[in-house]
Design a protein around this ligand. Structure first.
Ligand code: C2O
Ligand code: CU
Length: 510
């Protein structure tokens, strides 16, 4: 069995490097990363079973990845799979590297899924067993699919180097998961994601409710249901892949559900000259959502919001999505019926106090674990590359905290941003409920998210139940931040991974 190279750490007292950074002769600690296992990351957060960074005798590292079996008493991520019952929805998705046509704009170099970017929208019904056969036809660095926001079993999470090896050119990988929670989600590569996601290796997935819901208890049922996937291709702001606005025909008085998906690297704004309602955040229904009027809704990078717009008695309503595009809803046959664009409101809808309170499914009052996730930044060197890197709890990648949990734990996470830049924090495999912001308790509908913007100077307390065993990334979804070290992991006790980062399989999840 090929042996794992241990993390090689060295202190660099480099006047040359210091000068290159223009910061005088200061010593930075530096880490050169060879092949490493996520099992060896982290320290000081009660991470059971392993000694932290530089500890060389942890779980097994098999060259063949999935062929390796876990040591006695430990469960491999590869064993954390969905039921093996037959699939209800079966799709083949083929990734290619090359030219992406952008209707209404200019073509860019990037990535496609089944020939387009975004790839096909997948639709399933709550309770379906979804099976996706992923084929990498020509993505030279390898690729995977991650199901952003869907609490899949860990083996299907699609993170290269943690839950699988990157799928090489000519390779295939099957993802299987149960569509347990209805809602709006998306899929994207989690291999070299700061290039592949930006370049378009992504698409939408919608899980429809098993029984037609009343759309967050709004008085109007949405008869029309459309997706608004936002992405920037080489500086071009697109809606569902095109540099163009969309028109959605709807009868006067009927509600249209618009599923806005922000696949970009920054926050997206949604607003309208007419009132709208936010009926779901990150796939979770809002309880009794009120009318939003004269405010904008902000959606973090990676986040989704479902909004309903009622078609007016005459003409159309304009919903601005993402700053540059809009959707016209109503009688869209006559273009003169289109209302003109309205200026983006400066006031932002506060989801901390939106909708009506409801009982949480668990009690966050006396959590089994509570962790800090404090984001800052400082100069340093990662993998021989100097830079102004993000830190978590004062420590730099890969010496960042490992958040250890036991199945069934109620976990409270205190997020704080001391870094001067907004960070859309994304936890895989779980949804968190926001308890408070800057000490102010949530007072509206349970605000349930998987992607949460934490602005400079802000702090949030969020809580979740550790009910999905595995090893899960917890990172910033502005992906260039993740590659610069803004990534930590949630680790269930007793779970191990045979996969490694930077080894022969070339896994580079960020
Ligand atoms: Cu949308 Cu770690 O990913
Ligand atoms: Cu960030």
């Amino acid at each position: 069995m090929p042996s794992r190279r241990e993390l090689v750490r060295c202190a660099v007292v480099g006047v040359a490097v210091a000068t290159a950074l223009g910061a005088g002769a200061i010593a930075w600690s530096s880490t050169l990363l060879g092949e490493y296992s996520v099992m060896d990351m982290g320290s000081g957060e009660g991470h059971a079973g392993h000694g932290g960074a530089g500890h060389g005798s942890g779980g097994p590292v098999g060259g063949g990845g999935s062929e390796a079996s876990a040591p006695p008493g430990l469960l491999s991520v590869t064993a954390l799979t969905a039921s093996d019952r037959p699939a209800d929805v079966r799709v083949e998705l083929v990734a290619r590297q090359g030219t992406v046509e952008v209707p209404g704009g200019r073509a860019v170099e990037g990535y496609t899924v089944n020939g387009t970017s975004p790839g096909p929208e997948l639709r399933a019904t709550q309770g379906d067993l979804v099976e996706v056969e992923f084929v990498n036809e020509s993505v030279t660095e390898g690729a995977t699919l991650h199901w952003h926001g869907i609490d899949v079993p860990n083996a299907a999470d699609g993170v290269a180097g943690i839950t699988q090896d990157a799928v090489p050119v000519g390779g295939r990988h099957v993802y299987r998961f149960e569509a347990t929670d209805a809602g709006t989600y998306w899929y994207h590569s989690h291999q070299v994601s700061h290039e592949q996601v930006v370049g378009g290796l992504l698409g939408a997935i919608v899980i429809e409710p098993a029984t037609a819901s009343t759309a967050g208890a709004t008085t109007t049922r949405s008869s029309v249901d459309v997706t608004a996937l936002l992405h920037v291709y080489g500086g071009q702001h697109t809606l569902n892949g095109a540099v163009a606005d969309e028109r959605v025909a709807a009868a006067p008085g009927s509600a249209v559900r618009v599923r806005v998906i922000n696949t970009d690297q920054g926050t997206a704004a949604v607003w309208s000259g007419a009132p709208f309602r936010v009926v779901a955040t990150d796939g979770h229904e809002v309880t009794r959502p009120g009318e939003v009027d004269g405010q904008r809704l902000l959606i973090p990078a990676g986040g989704r919001a479902d909004v309903t717009v009622v078609a007016p008695a005459r003409g159309a309503a304009r919903l601005h999505v993402g700053g540059a595009r809009s959707i016209l809803i109503g009688d869209v046959a006559e273009s003169e019926a289109s209302p003109p664009p309205v200026r983006q409101p400066t006031e932002t809808l506060d989801l901390l106090a939106y909708g009506a309170p409801a009982q949480l499914a668990f009690d966050p009052e006396s959590p089994d674990r509570s962790y800090e996730y404090v984001i800052a930044r400082r100069f340093g060197i990662i993998d021989g590359r100097p830079g102004n890197f993000w830190t978590i709890n004062g420590r730099m990648f890969p010496d960042v905290p490992m958040f250890a949990v036991t199945e069934g734990d109620v976990v409270v996470m205190h997020l704080r941003n001391d870094s001067g830049d907004v960070h859309p924090m994304h936890l895989h495999g779980h949804h968190v409920v926001v308890l408070s912001r800057d000490g102010v308790a949530a007072s509206g509908s349970p605000w349930v998210v998987d992607s949460l913007d934490v602005h400079p100077g802000e702090s949030y307390d969020v809580a979740f139940v550790a009910d999905n065993p595995g090893i899960w990334s917890d990172h910033c979804h502005t992906l260039p931040h993740a590659v610069d070290g803004l990534i930590a992991h949630l680790m269930y006790e007793g779970v191990t991974t045979p996969f490694t980062i930077n080894g022969d399989a070339g896994n580079r999840p960020e």
